[in-house]
Design a protein around this ligand. Structure first.
Ligand code: ZN
Length: 415
């Protein structure tokens, strides 16, 4: 998922949760998933067939809605020579408007974060979003195996969490023999025991990293030479051996070694989102704790810095859940903005539309409403800044949330 920045993923997540709650009036909401290798003419043929099948639908309204949705989809599909890299997902249909008697047509077109596995056409009373949801859940999983001759721990790093799955001990004795034992015999015994231990480690690795977690990258770490012996002598299943991205020195083995690997292998793990977020939050906390540090937080301060061109990176908690409402006076053009939580939006819209314009006294407004992240991204784009979404599930994410869930790293201080 490295190609997808945090804002794009945030938007897909938001759309999924929006579509999930949509209920059609009849069986008339269309979901379409096109794999990357599916020829466009093939997709068009399927859609044309569905169009003619739809003429058998008894209800006039449903039939018209289905055929209109299919027409809209075909108009979009025709614009492609071939599907995008990861294929395509489309959702189209007539959605009942709350409180009104009419439906409104919507069409969403998404390039999914992972390749679409199989072609799917579905016409139902809801949208089929499970495939997208699975893609979002599945982030890159990295395995960490930390071992020496006495113990081994198996850690799994996925998206925004590190979990230590298991720890096993070897029972192999120290390097120093007991009195009375011959040196040769002692060495041979130790080697046999170590060999058995390595085999056991490899079995656990297969069970944990392949069967349980499907890791895509593996890092082996530990103090001393055992880890290299283990790696070079090919104990690992070839599927794991092929995804080893590094062998790293640490001071400890076991659980502590797994945690230490995160620090030591920062280069190897550059693309892992957890670490990227941690780095951003740490930088933010560092700056925010100094009296003249290059950071601000709180909605107003961040937007102020952004509009002044002083913000470099804007950090937003994934569940900030805010919208920006903008009211423009129809008489004098005066603009009033409001920031509200999602659930306060309907009340704020009603309230704002009835308000009197502070500059001319009129009560006629046009308004637009957008997710706060869309607004921040629009403003960031204008000044060459970027927006990063910070997950809330992590310890760092929680620390960041205590600053109000929104902050910015600055290029320079504005005051
Ligand atoms: Zn006015």
């Amino acid at each position: 998922m490295a190609d997808y920045d945090s804002v794009t993923l945030y938007k897909i997540r938001r759309l999924v949760s929006e579509l999930e709650n949509v209920k059609g009036r009849g069986t008339e909401l269309i979901s379409l998933y096109v794999p990357p290798n599916r020829p466009i003419y093939d997709v068009m043929n399927t859609l044309r067939e569905e169009y003619s099948t739809a003429s058998n639908i008894k209800s006039d309204t449903t039939r018209n809605h289905v055929q209109e949705a299919l027409t809209k989809i075909m108009q979009r599909i025709k614009l492609y020579k071939k599907p995008p890299q990861n294929g395509l997902a489309m959702f189209c249909g007539a959605i009942p408007k709350p409180g009104k008697d009419v439906e409104e047509f919507v069409l969403y077109e998404i390039e999914p974060p992972r390749p679409v596995p199989t072609f799917l056409y579905r016409c139902d009373d809801h949208f089929q979003v499970d495939i997208l949801k699975d893609m979002l859940r599945e982030t890159e999983v990295v395995g960490i195996l930390s071992l020496d001759s006495s113990e081994a721990s198996f850690g799994v790093l996925s998206g925004n969490s590190l979990q230590i799955v298991e720890n096993i001990t070897s029972g192999v004795g120290g390097k120093h023999r007991q009195g009375g034992q011959s040196a040769r015999r002692f060495e041979r015994l130790r080697e046999v025991e170590l060999n058995d231990f390595f085999k056991r480690v490899a079995e656990h690795a297969t069970k944990i990293f392949i069967e349980q977690y499907q890791v895509r990258k593996l890092i082996i770490s530990g103090p001393g030479p055992s880890k290299e012996e283990f790696y070079k002598q090919g104990y690992l299943d070839y599927r794991l051996q092929n995804v080893v991205i590094g062998v790293v020195d640490t001071s400890y083995a076991g659980d502590e070694g797994v945690r230490e690997t995160l620090e030591r292998a920062a280069d190897l793990l550059r693309d892992v989102r957890l670490l990227e977020e941690r780095r951003l939050v740490e930088e933010f906390l560092g700056e925010a704790s100094r009296p003249d540090g290059l950071a601000v937080y709180g909605l107003r301060n961040v937007i102020g810095a952004l509009l002044a061109g002083a913000a470099e990176t804007v950090l937003v908690s994934e569940d900030l859940n805010m919208r920006r409402l903008e009211f423009v006076c129809n008489k004098c053009g005066n603009v009033v903005e409001r920031f509200v939580e999602y659930r306060e939006e309907p009340a704020a819209l009603a309230d704002g539309s009835q308000a009197r314009c502070p500059s001319c006294g009129a009560t006629s407004w046009s308004y637009r409403s957008m997710d706060i992240v869309d607004y921040l991204e629009e403003k960031a784009h204008e000044s060459g800044a970027r927006v990063e979404i910070i997950s809330s599930a992590t310890e760092h994410g929680q620390m960041f949330k205590s600053f109000g869930g929104i902050g910015a790293l600055l290029r320079y201080r504005t005051q």
